[in-house]
Design a protein around this ligand. Structure first.
Ligand code: MG
Length: 249
């Protein structure tokens, strides 16, 4: 069952999305050479509190931090640590919040100082792939139209999409149906209808799409240890097309 949102639900999810967007916008300003990922986590914690919201990730299946910070070859679910970021690193920051019973989820990847042209392109392509997927998030399209648009854009640009992790429905739970793969054939799967809210989140690898999980049981890394990037928005299927609820631009 895919929970459809009422207009009242959507109002709450817009509020949650705007709060999350503000957190990410502010947080982004702190991410520069010399910062550690645990410092980013602490700042995020404080910004989330200022919005009268709470972290959706802290304690989720035992996750030990407020946000995920995935550096370089880390794909998703990186655990904030004393690791200090410097020139040529990239970091994916995934933030989920709960506000008055409603969840919102978004992610960005940021280059630190001077990054390689390849890493810069990876970040750009991942961001654009998310936008290509969002464009397809409209009533009467099929779910896989989103998946296909993302995969096509990524592969056209010489990168690969992660298979092991997918986007998801979101609302009163962080993860609701449906699962949204970032790959697939167009015009298959369920038909999208107004009132669905989806967290669309391409994870894009420089090399092979294959991943491994580190011994901490959480952090996914690329098998070939090449860089990976991640962008995510919470998006409502509106009457006249997609509505990005977490617009942090
Ligand atoms: Mg998500």
């Amino acid at each position: 069952m895919i929970p459809l949102k009422s207009e009242k639900d959507l109002e709450m999810m817009r509020a949650a999305g705007q709060k999350l967007a503000k957190v990410i916008r502010t947080l982004r300003g702190y991410i520069e050479p010399g910062i550690t990922t645990i410092e980013i986590d602490r700042i995020a914690d404080s910004l989330i509190r200022q919005e009268n919201a709470e972290s959706a990730f802290l304690g989720y299946k035992g996750f030990p931090a407020h946000i995920c910070t995935s550096v370089n070859e880390e794909v998703v679910h990186g655990i904030p640590s004393e690791r200090r970021l410097g020139d040529s690193d990239i970091v994916s920051v995934d933030v989920g919040i709960k506000y008055q019973g409603y969840f919102s989820d978004a992610a960005i990847t940021v280059g630190i100082g001077k990054v390689s042209p390849r890493a810069k392109k990876l970040i750009e392509v991942t961001k654009e792939a998310l936008m290509a997927g969002i464009k397809q998030a409209r009533a009467n399209n099929r779910l896989s139209d989103i998946s296909h648009a993302i995969q096509e854009y990524v592969e056209k640009n010489g990168f690969s999409v992660v298979r092991e992790f997918v986007g998801h429905g979101i609302g009163r739970s962080l993860h609701e149906e449906p699962e949204i793969p970032n790959f697939g054939r167009p015009r298959t799967g369920l038909t999208l209808i107004q009132g669905m809210v989806l967290a669309i989140e391409p994870m894009v690898n420089t090399g092979s799409w294959e991943c491994q999980i580190l011994d901490n049981g959480w952090t996914a890394v690329t098998k070939d240890r090449l860089f990976s990037a991640h962008f995510e928005h919470t998006v409502a299927i509106g009457e006249s097309g997609p509505e990005i609820l977490t617009n942090y631009n």
